[in-house]
Design a protein around this ligand. Sequence first.
Ligand SMILES: NC(=O)c1ccc[n+]([C@@H]2O[C@H](COP(=O)([O-])OP(=O)(O)OC[C@H]3O[C@@H](n4cnc5c(N)ncnc54)[C@H](OP(=O)(O)O)[C@@H]3O)[C@@H](O)[C@H]2O)c1
Length: 475
Amino acid sequence: PAPVPGAEGAAQLRGQRFLIVADDTPLGRALVTRLTTLGALAARVGPDTAQLAGHTGPVDGVLHLGALAGAEQQLLPAQLTVLQELLLRGPRRLLCPRLPDDTSGIDGFVRTAAREYPDTVVRAVELDPDEPATEQAEALVGELLAPDREPVVLRTCGLRRAPVPYESPLGPPVSSGAGPASSGAAAVAALGLGPESVVVLAGGARGITARFALALAGAARCRVELLGRTPLYDGTGGHHELAHATDLPALRAALAARGGLSTAEIDREAGRVLARREIAATLAEVHDAGGRARYRALDLRDAEAVQQAVKETYATYGRIDGVVHAAGVIEDRLLAEKDPVSFERVYGTKVDGARALLSALRRLPQLPAFTVMFGSVSAVYGNRGQADYAAANDALARLGRLWRAGTGSRTVTVHWGPWAPAGAHGGMVGPELGREYARRGIELIDPEEGVLALLRELAWGEPETDEVVLTASGR
Ligand SMILES: NC(=O)c1ccc[n+]([C@@H]2O[C@H](COP(=O)([O-])OP(=O)(O)OC[C@H]3O[C@@H](n4cnc5c(N)ncnc54)[C@H](OP(=O)(O)O)[C@@H]3O)[C@@H](O)[C@H]2O)c1
């Protein structure tokens, strides 16, 4: 429960200026009426930068109603530039009301914006869809008066609440006999995975998901179907002359020696070569671990390609036991400097990817026993520079929640803290970022513990739990 502000504080709104960013809706009108009654100066403005430009001058508070407009992704990423501009104006409050089934990821976005704009109370407010506009307006006026800085507030069931993660033990039930330090083998046995099982891992041939694929292969000897962007072959039969260059500096030097490539092209090509090598290594390692792996290059945002891959996999093996959506990219920048195209890339990889995957699963004769979304702590706590990534991971979790509610199929979003970049499958946290986390006192997840934690969550976690945070150091 969060504190409820008393009505007596309403006097402080007198003379303050508010912008209601909305189309002409009942709630927009109710807000203008209510704020005007309280002596404030309230104007409604349409949700685009051209209309905003007509409303210059200082503003004390903004209510952006875009998430209530109904269409999917109405607020994000479509309203990014409007939100950027509103924040730059430095209002004391920016409220973004939404409904309980919103999947735009606005909570993750505001948690990050709140960190980047410490002088503005940035807040997502969940409204009760069954309340009339006048009561929703009253709840929002209450949020303009609330003295706390909660980035996400739920105004439903007549209550004011703020979601807070809580600690929860993770382990096998005592009766399973697996003991607290259970191995992956006990977990996959509890999950019912064996040599005939098939697990699809989107974004699974590299990084931390490759580690999970290896753990599955080792423990269950199952089949893993890996999807990623990078084509495994470059069409030239391989770069034999690069074979001796085993790390990034050596690869850069070898590519530069060829001549004719700019520095940016050298970096891109070196990245591609390393990616191909990592994928090939994963396939070999899965095999060595006792499993079977197949890799398919596709863009997870391409719904048709995803549909085809899932359909073919099911048709080939007659089953898909588990699915992991772990595809992700990061392009960190402060919100004020975020480019919409980059935002869309980061956001779309997670969100469009999840939509494509879930829509392909919906058409299968039988749903997988489990679906996992790889989320991030940035969705739960916000993280400077990651408004896109935090929104994306929050939206991902909401899609997972709706999917579980709609299908009854076990679905959990795991919001990971940072993993230690150890060994061949380092993942997103490179050595430099790893040192930065260490400097800030943030512990990194040991890769072996990370994969085991996920297996344990799937095997013994509460099936109704939609989201878990798995970190090494609390947050
Ligand atoms: N590592 C961490 O500390 C950490 C922490 C929190 C959350 N996570 C999450 O865990 C997941 C894996 O991260 P990671 O560290 O292992 O990163 P990574 O090494 O960069 O791996 C990301 C994978 O996603 C794939 N991918 C990206 N965009 C794609 C697209 N459009 N279609 C298909 N595949 C795509 C990449 O394929 P290619 O590169 O081969 O093209 C790559 O295999 C991500 O979702 C990330 O958000 C990681």
